[in-house]
Design a protein around this ligand. Structure first.
Ligand SMILES: [Zn+2]
Length: 377
């Protein structure tokens, strides 16, 4: 597969097609129900400069690469990753999440050599670059690869080297967020936080916490996050996706989150949303992922306009394109179609993503200027 145009992603979400088709038609026609003919939106979203802050390492793999690596090693993939791709998923219950996790593990298992890792990172950079990304933070839990690649430190070194190389060759800023797994022991998270801290300023910009929000106790990971905080890393735990606002609140209060992985369900608690807005905590909103995992029934139900109206800092992200079938520009395209966002609003989202990133001040202000240029076209 050679990348994703903005509306190919809609086709990948066939079950939600009716409301989307309607939204898309009204935009294409420039003719909404109120009878006022508006100028159709024309600026290309792939040309809108933006930052990508929520992309998982394995989940960033191209589908074609998965098929190729599996075939190379005689590795039989489940139909959901071949003929039936992208898979029908639901994270609404533990069984659905287990299925998601199992497919993720299958995908991880095809990465066998250092070259595979370098290829994955390079292709993630290329795909992001094509989608207008100026800065990509790729999130990885090195413990998932430690056994095959000589330990967490050796694997982290490999990823960071691949990131440096790809960033230079592809021409997109890149950094790593090291994420602990909340289904493992909090002491493992402390080990990873120390590791992340050792690489602060050398390619690692953040520390996260991922996997099934319903498992483990957020509070128990406070120690790991204090270590990462002292190292000056951005703190970006997942929260407020599969569980509601209370889980997002715990990430804010107990983990001192600078950004929330998803965080979308903070919208369910206006007081929490106020707190998030007043502290400038960014929400890494991944709309296509939300729908694929059954958090919302369709893209028009993703409450992005409510978050925008509250003044939240938002960075749209793809989460796991390999499993959800949509990359970075696809998030902007689906939200444009589903919520009839205009280009000024889309530019605001892109600005937010850049401001919430771990990129340097000079780069950020240059990219913000490029967004003004995009709007001025
Ligand atoms: Zn995620």
């Amino acid at each position: 597969m050679s990348g994703f145009g903005p509306f190919e992603t809609l086709a990948a979400l066939a079950p939600q097609e009716p409301p989307l088709a309607d939204a898309r038609a009204s935009i294409t026609d420039g003719n909404l129900d109120d009878g006022i003919v508006r100028e159709p939106t024309r600026r290309r979203l792939e040309e809108l400069p933006k930052a990508h802050l929520h992309l998982h390492f394995t989940g960033s793999m191209r589908h074609g690469t998965l098929l190729e690596l599996a075939e190379r090693d005689g590795h039989r993939l489940p139909e959901a990753l071949v003929e039936d791709w992208p898979p029908q998923l639901s994270g609404a219950d533990e069984k659905g999440w287990f299925r998601f996790q199992r497919l993720y593990d299958v995908a991880r298992s095809v990465l066998r050599t250092e070259d595979d890792v370098r290829r994955l990172v390079r292709e993630a950079a290329e795909d992001d670059k094509r989608d207008g990304s100026r800065w990509l933070e790729i999130q990885v839990d090195p413990s998932g690869y430690a056994a095959r690649f000589g330990g967490v430190t050796a694997f982290t070194d490999l990823v960071l080297d691949a990131v440096r190389e790809s960033s230079r060759d592809v021409g997109v800023g890149m950094a790593v967020v090291i994420a602990a797994n909340r289904t493992r022991h909090p002491l493992d998270a402390r080990t990873l936080a120390r590791l992340a801290g050792q690489y602060a300023g050398r390619g690692v910009v953040g520390f996260g916490l991922s996997n099934d929000e319903r498992r483990g106790s957020t509070r128990d990971f406070g120690g790991a996050f204090r270590i990462a905080e002292r190292a000056g890393l951005l703190l970006a735990p997942h929260g407020g996706e599969l569980l509601g606002a209370e889980s997002a609140r715990l990430c804010v209060e107990e983990l001192h989150a600078d950004r929330l992985g998803h965080g979308i369900r903070a919208v369910e608690d206006p007081a929490l949303l106020d707190l998030i807005v007043s502290r400038g905590i960014a929400l890494e909103v991944c709309p296509v992922s939300n729908v694929a995992l059954g958090v919302y029934s369709d893209l028009t139900s993703v409450p992005l306009p409510e978050l925008m109206a509250a003044g939240a800092t938002i960075a749209l992200g793809a989460d796991d394109p390999l499993l959800f079938g949509s990359r970075l520009a696809g998030q902007y395209a689906t939200m444009r179609a589903a919520h009839e966002l205009n280009d000024v609003q889309l530019a605001d989202l892109a600005r937010s993503s850049i401001r919430a990133s771990g990129a340097g001040d000079e780069d950020r202000s240059a990219w913000l200027g490029e967004i003004d240029d995009w709007l001025g076209q």
